[in-house]
Write a protein that binds this ligand. Sequence first.
Ligand SMILES: Cc1cc2nc3c(=O)[nH]c(=O)nc-3n(C[C@H](O)[C@H](O)[C@H](O)COP(=O)(O)OP(=O)(O)OC[C@H]3O[C@@H](n4cnc5c(N)ncnc54)[C@H](O)[C@@H]3O)c2cc1C
Length: 429
Amino acid sequence: MREEIVIAGAGIGGLTTALSLHQAGLPVRVFEAVPKIEPLGVGINVLPHAVREFEELGLLPRLRALGVACRELMYCTKRGERIWSEPRGLAAGYRWPQISIHRGALQMLLLEAARERIGADRIQLGHRVRHAATEGDGVRVSLESPDGDPLPDATGRLAVAADGIHSAVRQQFYPDEGPPCWNGAIMWRGVAEAPAYLDGHTMVMAGHPQRKFVCYPISHAGTSPGRHRINFVAERRVEATTLDEREDWTRRADPGDFLPLFEDWRFDWLDVPEVIRAAEAVWVYPMVDRDPLPRWTHGRVTLLGDAAHPMYPIGSNGASQAVLDARTLTGCLLAYPDDPEAGLRRYEEARRPVTAKIVTANRGMGPELPMQLVEERAPDGFERLEDVIRADELESIADQYKQLAGFSVAELNARTSLGAPDGWRNDGA
Ligand SMILES: Cc1cc2nc3c(=O)[nH]c(=O)nc-3n(C[C@H](O)[C@H](O)[C@H](O)COP(=O)(O)OP(=O)(O)OC[C@H]3O[C@@H](n4cnc5c(N)ncnc54)[C@H](O)[C@@H]3O)c2cc1C
């Protein structure tokens, strides 16, 4: 038992960490708070740098079968006029696709793989982590049941807290941090079966930061030909920045709450109100994140994924960065086989600064800045886009963000997988 790495949370980050460490020959045990994992959430994107790591884990065929390869990202105005589009995934020259998928489908895929490979008894549901601390040359993790009854402690070699934006372990390290920061944007999220639009592989961002509609297909398996399952997020900003109640990914909403804001968004190629009306259900979530932390690792306990760096869902980075954390952690622990604390420190050194920069860039609108600029400069439309924004201005915004988020094409195509030990030792050994 002492040899195990204890992981808190069986979300995308925790399960990927478990699969990755297990593949590397490091024993793991996962404790998940909820008694049953349901395929919750709506669509997410797995960017090529994360897809590449899933391929290393032998999961690419399953991922492809469940999702849709995104080929283009298109930014347009609230009237559907194209501002900028760029190829994505294979079409952009990456050796790996970008995959749009239902979050719940991805989580279930990972759970199934973890149960098959690691053993169902090592993924313990209904075990909420309350506290994790270094004890001698290992860790002690205290647990409770969903009703709050104490459960026997777990011990292990290391502990990784992948317990999401309300991480108990993060709170233990930073007791005064308080609730997440909200920027006043409200996101209504849903999945609708609707007619395919454009080439059936395009992610669309329409409008501007005050009122925005994002959609992309997450499955081509519609119930009738020509219909796809389309994920959407309809967003608006309000003046307030203090939440009345704690945000919750599972809060339901009524389409009538936001449909009027988008009623006239009927483009030649997409009928936004029709997509909203076709939603199977709608959930509402505020755009929240947390300030970057000065430290993730305390002795033999570290943070990963949203527990470490919750960020606005801009630039499709939430799940992908958690996957990169998981793989980097694996590479670093392999690089320091006899000194796991040094491995954790190296992991933090590699991941904390870069994820902090993404959190900050997303607060500044990240790659969505052109939508804001075009709205400010031409709120009533335009004849020629080049009179409103220059092509080189557009390109430099997109390139800067890609570089920052670690998905430059040349760099990704050339480097080894993050899960390998090569290159992680900084003492040259
Ligand atoms: C129910 C749900 C729905 C979501 N839907 C979307 C979505 O539609 N779109 C989107 O962009 N992102 C969504 N997210 C967030 C997204 O999954 C993450 O931003 C990203 O994938 C990083 O994953 P993570 O594993 O770090 O965190 P999460 O995916 O949030 O996973 C954290 C896991 O830890 C568990 N947990 C929490 N506290 C404890 C504890 N004390 N002990 C043990 N386990 C604990 C949670 O139950 C959860 O399974 C959702 C998250 C959740 C939990």
